[in-house]
Design a protein around this ligand. Structure first.
Ligand code: NAD
Length: 496
């Protein structure tokens, strides 16, 4: 690749990227596609090619599932302590390579480098969290049943499938596979076409630190072939999908045909409901921070802002001022605050929603359109604020870019109704200094996650998931999700 010279890559990153084309990684070794077909990966910040990944066939994906099921026998037979020790070694190794992985992630996902470092650390913390939690799981729980000796036995399932999107490639792998591995399952990961490199790096690193072959496998390739083959494989014991609702439905259908349990973490159209008793400027700044964070490519973002009419004008003025100060630039430029969107298709999507929204009655009150960064041919867009009728396409559909739709409300009931008037149900926030009202409104939201005086809040131990079009059976980051990765057997002996 030929990145502009001001961006210095770590020697380890240069060495890694020069080792392409990148095959999948299965059974502890490279797993190339026999067809030789490759998919190119680009730096969204400059449109320079950074590598090629192998496009695995459905049969090759099936082979990877078989490898994972074979490896399961030994992995599940390890004691919790032994398994935990191996996973902690992996977490330590990832932490020690944080700068390298973050740079790979910044380059392929267009993520601001410092944010990518935070994502890698989150992976590490998540793995440590689930290893510790798994140590406390009782795999034999006695049941107090008259006339019987009875207990419930918990055991891991086997090979678990994971399909991930491109927006948080490495962090989502950590959230997904950590509970599965800690419980004793093996995993087959299908990363997004645009962002497979950090997954491959992880699988190689796992081998290096002694994770047994076949425990962490990566299959690269297209969603319609490799992804579809993974979700339709009857030998996958559990499936987890993170991505769009449209593909989530297909994955759930495929799993349903085999009665394979599936978790879906899908899109969102989150609301922020801002009451008139807040520090208006501070809330405006925080919501601007939320919508520009990772260029708005965040499933749980607040993209509908409902603001009390008494403070609306001040709020909008402050948002405009704050948005005007956001520096758009390459993810590896330490002064950049907002990077590009992931690919030209995503840029066309973001701009297309703005155009269609405005053609059907929305008004743009700030920004919008494509952005240019001198000397770089990246997929940059300007942040935008839209307003207008709430049935507008830009107010109802997930844009997945730095675009917020704003409207006024007067009463608490109105604010709640506006927030809930959506097909999605992922994450909303309420902003008020009245704690009783905050709790009331937060509970009235039909979403998986309700935040108070903050947006995008994640903590290990708090389940994160969606309802309605935003998900099914989710709740990542919590003890519940760890238990999903054990199947139950009740064992009963009648006592004479
Ligand atoms: P996507 O649904 O297009 O793709 C996601 C993954 O599915 C990719 O790996 C892709 O290759 C694969 N895929 C595509 N077609 C497939 C098929 N027919 N069968 C199986 N797999 C297939 O989503 P995207 O554009 O990569 O990501 C953006 C979406 O992800 C947004 O809707 C966003 O809100 C959502 N998301 C949700 C969460 C969450 O936790 N709820 C987190 C991140 C992203």
């Amino acid at each position: 690749m030929s990145l502009p010279s001001q961006f210095k890559l770590l020697p380890e990153v240069v060495q890694f990227l020069s080792g392409g084309p990148f095959a999948g990684f299965v059974g502890g070794k490279d797993y190339p596609s026999s067809s030789g077909v490759l998919i190119a990966t680009f730096d969204p910040g400059s449109s320079e090619k950074i590598g090629d990944i192998h496009d695995l066939s459905p049969a090759e994906v099936a082979g990877a599932v078989d490898v994972a099921n074979q490896a399961f026998v030994q992995w599940a037979a390890l004691s919790q302590k032994e398994r935990g020790a191996i996973l902690l070694k992996l977490a330590d190794a990832v932490e020690s390579r944080k700068a390298i992985i973050a740079q790979i992630e910044a380059l392929e996902a267009g993520k601001i480098e410092a944010q990518a470092q935070g994502d890698v650390q989150n992976f590490v913390d998540t793995m440590r969290y689930f290893v510790k939690l798994a140590e406390g799981v009782h795999t034999r729980t006695k049941l107090d049943v008259p006339g019987h000796e009875a207990w419930v036995h918990k055991a891991p399932w086997g090979a678990c499938g994971f399909i991930f999107p491109w927006n948080f490639p490495f962090l989502l792998i950590g959230w997904g596979i950590s509970p599965a591995l800690a419980a004793g399952n093996t995993v087959v990961i299908k990363p997004a076409e645009d962002t497979s490199l950090s997954a491959i790096y992880l699988a190689r690193l796992a081998k290096e630190v002694g994770v047994p072959d076949g425990v962490i496998n990566v299959v690269t390739g297209r969603g319609q072939t490799a992804g579809a083959a993974l979700s339709a494989n009857p030998r996958i014991k559990r499936m987890s999908f993170t991505g769009s609702p449209e593909v989530g439905q297909m994955v759930a259908e495929a799993c349903g045909r085999n009665l394979v349990p599936v978790k879906l973490e899908l899109g969102g159209k989150g609301a922020a409901v801002v009451f008139d008793d807040v520090d208006v400027n501070a809330v405006a700044d925080k919501l601007v921070g939320a919508i520009t964070f990772h260029t708005g490519q965040v499933c749980c973002d607040a993209t509908r802002w409902f603001v009390h009419s008494k403070i609306y004008d001040q709020f909008i003025e402050r948002c405009k001022e704050s948005l005007s100060q956001v520096k758009i630039g390459h993810p590896l430029d330490p002064t950049s605050q907002m990077g590009p969107v992931v690919n030209p298709r995503q840029r066309a999507r973001v701009l297309g929603y703005q155009e269609r929204g405005q053609a059907t009655g929305a008004q743009c009150i700030y920004g919008g359109g494509a952005a240019t960064v001198p000397g770089l041919n990246g997929n940059y867009v300007k942040p935008a604020l839209l307003t207008g009728p709430l049935d507008n396409v830009a107010a109802r559909e997930e844009i997945f870019g730095p675009v917020a739709y704003v409207a006024k409300f007067d009463t608490e009931a109105q604010g709640i109704a506006m927030a809930n008037d959506t097909d999605y149900g992922l994450a909303n926030s309420v902003w008020t200094n009245d704690n009783a009202r905050a709790a009331r409104v937060a509970e009235a939201m039909v979403v998986g996650n309700s935040w108070i005086n903050a947006h995008n809040v994640f903590a290990h131990g708090v389940p994160y998931g969606g309802v309605k079009k935003s998900g099914l059976g989710g709740g990542v980051l919590s003890p519940d999700v760890l238990m999903d990765y054990y199947r139950s057997t009740s064992v009963v002996r009648p006592i004479q």
